[in-house]
Design a protein around this ligand. Structure first.
Ligand SMILES: Cc1cc2nc3c(=O)[nH]c(=O)nc-3n(C[C@H](O)[C@H](O)[C@H](O)COP(=O)(O)OP(=O)(O)OC[C@H]3O[C@@H](n4cnc5c(N)ncnc54)[C@H](O)[C@@H]3O)c2cc1C
Length: 458
């Protein structure tokens, strides 16, 4: 085979999974050469615009807070939310890796990580959301990029999209294509890691696999066009749960920002244009996207108060929304109603009704996450639903090796993050908050080490 370049490992995609896989492989030994291809210019992978919530069980942060958790309990939560559709061995392998992953970010990468004690999320039976103090994914991505840049055995190529795989006659992967137009280079290598994210920015694939999503608002990055999934299929990989995606039901339309869903779980409510609550709000924010889209105009109005605002004001999504002018503050409910174009007496009645339910611990809509009654001053923002990232992809084993429909691995090919099938099944309500980055960073860690060991014959 004639090639333009040769290396040991090509990692395609420089987001969460690709950065982690490249780091782990290269750190194994200086004699292993890695080439990391990134389609964009190191700006904007989903991991960067994410809220950076890392779920992990058995961390020292949890122990310090007296929380008793284990990989088995966390795996059970993930599988329960996905109604049994998760790949159980893979889920467990990732949960077993989760504490090491969080400790590695804190100790090896030097990212300040803390347990987000305010970060209530539906479906987690333990407090296990870990995050940067700003509740943003960007600091971790930036620290990983700096680490990759410092590794002498990694070539980190920006603005260099991967554009396909090279196989031998037996179907094994022996290289990758990179570049675009008439400037495509053939890179020969011993292993390829596909980490190109999902297909949220590919309208054709959305239409094909997720009914009704083609025209939905997509808040993920535009570079995730399903490339790795398509190449995997071309070389014989199996795909699974292609209808799965993480929705986001707290996107602020017109501002390019979103609310931290914790605002609602800590006691905020959502009303529609008629100033009425319509469904219990303590549902996952992924399935909430569909709920709010079914309301008049496809929107809702989130209402919360000063106590809740104080809890979440530091989160980057709230900072961005506040700066953008997407959040309204009012001393009284009638003022808030006026700002939001709602019927004043109706909104007052709705909030009073909700408050009575909180005091009685019995919500008229059956909501169980009840904290304190809402009291002035109040805050509000218009919200809608969107597709955040897709969760169907290439079938893999517990090492991240890409599998054929008969269960055999395709030689030398790995996939993780949004390119591989997620843990959430094939509907948006199967997504448990934090499992996106778990499958990206966690699999990046697993894959990077497996690739390196396999090159050493181990
Ligand atoms: C708004 C939002 C908030 C989120 N919040 C959270 C959260 O708090 N916690 C959580 O667990 N998950 C969260 N997620 C999900 C999480 O961001 C993803 O699960 C994770 O980023 C997936 O990692 P990845 O490496 O597969 O994709 P990404 O991080 O998106 O990286 C993929 C990279 O591949 C590059 N690429 C694509 N095609 C090519 C190609 N042909 N050649 C070269 N490069 C290519 C892209 O440019 C990109 O840099 C959120 C997602 C969104 C959209």
């Amino acid at each position: 085979m004639s090639v333009d370049l040769e290396t040991d490992v090509v990692v395609v995609g420089g987001g969460a999974c690709g950065l982690m896989a490249a780091t782990m492989t290269a750190a194994f030994g200086e004699d292993i050469n890695v080439m990391l291809l990134e389609k964009s210019s190191r700006l904007g992978c989903n991991a960067e615009i994410a809220s950076g919530t890392l779920i992990a069980a058995g961390t020292r942060f949890q122990k310090a807070a007296g929380i008793d958790d284990s990989p088995e309990i966390m795996a059970a939560d993930i599988v329960r939310k996905a109604r049994g559709k998760s790949d159980v061995p893979l889920t467990l392998a990732l949960c077993q890796k989760s504490a090491e992953m969080v400790h590695w970010f804190a100790d090896e990468l030097g990212v300040p990580i803390e347990l987000g004690t305010e970060m209530k999320r539906v479906g987690h039976t333990r407090m296990r959301m870990h995050a940067h103090p700003t509740r943003s994914g960007a600091p971790i991505v930036q620290a990983l990029r700096d680490r990759v840049k410092a590794l002498s055995n990694v070539v980190y190529a920006d603005n260099t999209p991967g554009c396909g795989l090279i196989t031998d006659r037996a179907g094994g992967v022996i290289g990758a294509l990179a570049g675009q137009g008439d400037r495509v280079e053939r890179i020969g290598c011993r292993r390829v890691v596909l980490a190109t994210g999902g297909f949220g920015a590919n309208r054709e694939m959305l239409e094909r696999f997720i009914s009704g999503a083609r025209d939905s608002l997509h808040i993920g990055v535009e570079s995730n066009t399903g490339d790795g999934i398509r190449w995997g299929v071309e070389v014989g990989a199996a795909i699974e749960h292609m209808g799965g995606y993480q929705g986001h039901g707290y996107v602020v339309p017109g501002y390019g920002t979103r609310l931290n869903p914790g605002v609602i779980y800590a006691g905020g409510i959502v009303v529609n244009r008629l100033a009425e609550r319509f469904e219990r709000e303590d549902q996952g924010y992924s399935e909430w996207a569909g709920v709010v889209l079914r309301q008049p105009g496809g929107v809702g109005i989130a209402v919360w108060d000063e106590r809740i605002q104080r809890l979440y004001a530091h989160a980057h999504t709230m900072v961005d929304s506040m700066k953008a002018g997407a959040i309204v503050r009012a001393e009284r409910l009638n003022e808030l109603a006026q700002h939001c174009g709602l019927d004043m007496s109706k909104l007052t009645a709705t909030v009073e009704d909700y408050n009575r339910g909180v005091l009685r611990k019995r919500d008229p809509l059956g909501r169980e996450l009840l904290d304190q009654p809402l009291v002035p001053p109040f805050y509000a923002a218009l919200i809608t639903g969107a597709v955040a990232h897709t969760l169907g992809g290439l079938k893999i084993d517990v090492h991240g090796r890409v599998l054929q429909p008969d269960g055999r691995p395709i030689p030398n090919l790995y996939a993780g993050g949004g390119t591989a099938v997620g843990l959430s099944g094939d509907t948006p309500d199967g997504y448990l908050s934090g499992s996106g980055l778990l499958t990206a960073y966690g699999l990046g860690m697993i894959i990077g080490r497996h690739v390196a060991r396999s090159l050493r014959g181990g």
